[in-house]
Design a protein around this ligand. Structure first.
Ligand SMILES: [Zn+2]
Length: 381
């Protein structure tokens, strides 16, 4: 086959360094692309998924017809119909000094831990962006099954419909970082077994991310994050994601918790009762407008939350300069529109579209006397 420039394309094999070194005999899986003549052998953790490409035989075997590998000492030679192929070796991490090709940029984030509480549109984006940023450890909690009507704003696709959201998202994370450590729980946040979190959480390395569709669950998430001396970020939305809110809490820094903030902070209590989710009742209302793009509205606000999570995960790293952490207050409101014709009177508090507020102050609950009661409880243990 020839490429656009009329040059002959030679078949090329992509394989991980690890598989070359530990090559086991037998079937190999991955994907072959006819147009580029690239045979992509999946990493060890994903073997058994994808297409059956061929087999690896022991040294001394004559290459079979089609695709095969022949083990050769600590290496493997690959053949197609007896002709030896180019091999490009990849690794999990890129090495900026040796310029080797890697899936991920840096191993620095590998020990970071996130507990994703809610794996819908928000949680799925948070998980995949953090995987791309190199986070190596995830707890995924969600009781729901992925359905067709979720797809217009979820990171998973048709191939995942019908499976639990935690399973579908776990596959997508492994598709970016095949070595990610993932613990799944298919239930509501309040029922996560304590042993899961006892094993998983490391103080200073862990962030709990509240992506539930109701505030009560996120209040509970913040309580357990305090118990585990871990940080907490909640990402929530107003109707149809016209605006959203991001709250964070870092333990031992004298900050009010989410419950304090919702209950007693200035002008927040009005919304404390409301659910923060993006589902609309407007389908039932006459004269509904043409409003495409709810996913991009969700993702804009969620991305700001993810930047904040990356800042918090690196809070103890002197070589890291935070992007947002020192500029946002504990409770940030963000709008996609400030037009009340679109977003209703709630969005009138914003002056312009895409505004990120930095003025909102939150306070401690009345009974907390300047120190969050959950931090006090936890300190008495
Ligand atoms: Zn509190």
């Amino acid at each position: 086959m020839k490429n656009f420039f009329g040059e002959e394309i030679k078949k090329t094999v992509f394989i991980s360094n690890e598989q070359i070194i530990n090559a086991t005999l037998g079937e190999i899986y991955g994907k072959y692309f006819e147009d580029t003549e690239i045979i992509n052998i999946y990493p060890t953790e994903l073997q058994g998924t994808g297409e059956l490409l061929g087999e690896i035989f022991d040294i001394g075997t004559k290459p079979s017809a089609g695709f095969c590998g022949i083990r050769n000492g600590s290496s493997v030679d690959f053949y197609y119909d007896g002709e030896k192929l180019n091999v490009e070796i990849y690794e999990l991490y890129q090495d900026i000094f040796s310029r080797n090709k890697g899936i991920l940029e840096t191993p620095i984030m590998n020990n970071k831990r996130v507990v994703i509480l809610g794996c819908g549109s928000v949680g799925s984006l948070v998980a995949l962006e953090l995987a791309r940023a190199g986070v190596g450890n995830f707890v995924l909690a969600d009781p729901d099954t992925l359905e067709y009507h979720n797809l217009c704003r979820h990171q998973c696709g048709i191939e995942d419909v019908g499976d639990l959201k935690v399973n579908a998202l776990s596959r997508k994370i492994r598709n970016i970082n095949p070595k990610a450590n993932i613990v799944k729980f298919d239930g509501v946040i309040e029922n996560i077994p304590k042993e899961i979190l006892d094993d998983f959480c490391e103080p200073g390395e862990t962030v709990f991310v509240g992506c539930a569709d109701n505030r009560t669950a996120d209040v509970y998430s913040n309580r357990i994050s305090i118990y585990y001396k871990s940080s907490f970020v909640s990402i929530g939305f107003w109707e149809r994601a016209y605006a959203g809110e991001i709250f964070y809490h870092i333990p031992r820094q004298g900050m009010p918790c989410y419950e304090c903030a919702l209950g007693y902070g200035s002008n927040l209590s009005v919304r404390a009762e409301a659910n923060h989710h993006v589902y609309s009742n407007q389908e039932n209302i006459e004269g509904v407008k043409f409003e495409p793009g709810i996913s991009v509205d969700i993702n804009f606000i969620t991305s700001i939350g993810i930047k904040l999570i990356i800042d918090i995960l690196n809070n103890n790293n002197d070589n890291y300069r935070p992007r947002l952490l020192n500029n946002l207050t504990q409770y940030t409101l963000i709008c996609n529109t400030s037009d009340p014709e679109i977003g209703g009177e709630m969005v009138e508090i914003f002056s312009y579209p895409l505004q990120v507020t930095t003025s909102l102050k939150v306070g401690f609950g009345k009974q907390c006397e300047g120190k969050c009661k959950y931090e006090v409880e936890e300190n008495n243990d």
